[in-house]
Design a protein around this ligand. Structure first.
Ligand code: HEM
Length: 139
């Protein structure tokens, strides 16, 4: 696979990725309401989605991902509260192999479209991946 299917139709000019520490509290403020900025994190990497008001703006369909690490919801292709809730959305440990692949595909999708502005510095430790437990349990 060339990965071309994740490339935007029109090339996006991106800044060099930043490695700045961003706390979950700071991330939560970048929700397009408390601040005009809109951030979404995937597996701790923070993307600036502010340019895409049409998808992520207040009242828009994908606003539920904004101001948080949305790994669980993206991997599960879910817009449900149980997956998008800021308290659990960072925790992608329930994902199965297929969903982990979907999550990595979203990571590539975002990487090709949005500036990386930092890393979440205080994510809780991820519980053991359930898939790993499943694999172990078959041995
Ligand atoms: C009936 C169901 C759905 C329809 C019709 C739909 C439709 C679309 C369309 C038309 C786009 C824009 C694609 C583009 O311009 O390249 C899009 C993007 C997207 N969709 Fe959906 N979608 C659906 C369900 C979902 C679900 C369940 C999720 C949950 C993860 C999701 C997450 C996203 C995301 C993250 C984007 C990317 C927005 C961006 O460009 O940053 N969608 N969707």
């Amino acid at each position: 696979m060339s990965g071309k299917r994740f490339m935007p139709k029109n090339p996006v000019k991106l800044d060099p990725p930043k490695d700045d520490p961003i706390t979950m509290a700071e991330l939560a403020k970048c929700d397009g309401e408390q601040s005009p900025t809109m951030y979404i994190a995937i597996k701790g990497t923070v993307f600036d989605v502010t340019p895409n008001q049409g998808a992520y703006g207040v009242g828009k369909g994908y606003h539920v991902f904004v101001g948080r690490d949305a790994s669980r919801a993206l991997g599960k292709s879910s817009l449900k509260k149980e997956d998008t809730d800021i308290k659990v959305s960072w925790d992608y440990s329930p994902l199965n192999v297929k969903q982990l692949k979907v999550l990595d595909d979203w990571f590539m999708y975002f990487k090709n479209r949005y500036n990386i502005v930092g890393k979440v510095s205080d994510l809780p430790e991820l519980p053991p991946l359930q898939i790993v437990n499943d694999l172990n349990s078959t041995i």
